[in-house]
Design a protein around this ligand. Sequence first.
Ligand code: NAP
Length: 253
Amino acid sequence: MRIAVITGASAGIGREFVYAVDRELRFDEIWVIARREERLQELREKCRNPIRPISLDLSDTENVKRYQALLEQEKPEIGLLINAAGCGVFGPFEEKDLDKLLMSARLNALALTAMCHVSLPYMKEGAAIVNMGSNSAWQPVPYQAVYGASKSYVLNLSRAMGRELKTRGIHVMCVCPGWIKTEFQQNAHHDDYIRYVDRWYGPDEVAEQAMKDLKKKKTVSILGHPVRRQVRLVKFLPVKLVMDIWCKQQGIQ
Ligand SMILES: NC(=O)c1ccc[n+]([C@@H]2O[C@H](COP(=O)([O-])OP(=O)(O)OC[C@H]3O[C@@H](n4cnc5c(N)ncnc54)[C@H](OP(=O)(O)O)[C@@H]3O)[C@@H](O)[C@H]2O)c1
C-alpha cells in the first residue's frame, strides 16, 4: 500500500495540502492527522483518494508512537509526508503561559522531528517530506520568540536532513510562507501583538506553490515576490536592525 501522510489536515494550509495532493497525485490512501476527528472525516466525502482519518494530539510526542505502531501494523510505503500541524503563541515571552509555550515548541519542532524519524523507514527512493516552516524562520522574532525559534529549527532540520537523505533519493522541502489567512491567526493573536501585515495570502495558494516547487525539487518554497525579497534582505542586514525594523513595524518597543 502506497500512502501520503498529512498532519494539520483538519484546517488551513494542511487541509489545502490534502486537496492539492488529492487533485494531483494517486495514493492507495491519504492518512490525515489532527485532533478534530469530525473535520478529518469530512475529507472522506471531498477527496477522490481514500482517506484514513487519524485523530492524534501531536503536542504530546508520545502520541507519535501511536502513528508508529500503525505503520508497523500496516507496513505501507510512504510516498509523501507533509508536516503542516503547528501553532503560535504570540506576545511578550515572559508574560506568556509556560505550558502553552512548551506545547507550541513540542508541536512545531519535536513532533515534526518525530514524524520524520518514524516515517523514514517506510520511505523509498523518490519519496518526499514537506515541512511547514515560516517566514519567521529566517530571523529571531521578538514577541513571537518561541514560534520564530521553532520555525528556524524546522528550516535547519529540513535542510540538513535533506542533504543527508540525498543518498537515499528522498527529497526534503521546507515551506516558508508569509501571512496566511487561517484559524492560526485567531489561535495565536490572543493579545493583539500583530498590528502590521503587509499582505495576506490564501492557504490554497501556499499549497499550490509548494506542490509546484516540490515537482522542481526545490528545498525551500516561498510564496510571493514580496516575501522572497524580504528573505533576501534579511540575509544581508544585521540581526539587530532586522529585529528593530520588525518591532517598529508592529508599533512595539
Ligand atoms: N497562517 C500563517 O500565517 C502561517 C504562516 C507561516 C507558516 N504557518 C505554518 O503553517 C502550518 C499550518 O498553519 P495554519 O495557518 O494552517 O494553521 P491552522 O489553520 O490553525 O491549522 C493548524 C492545523 O494543525 C493542527 N493542530 C494544531 N494543534 C495540533 C495538535 N496538538 N496535534 C495535532 N494537530 C494539531 C490543527 O488541527 P486540530 O486543531 O484539529 O488538531 C490544524 O489542522 C503551521 O505549522 C504554521 O506554523 C502559518
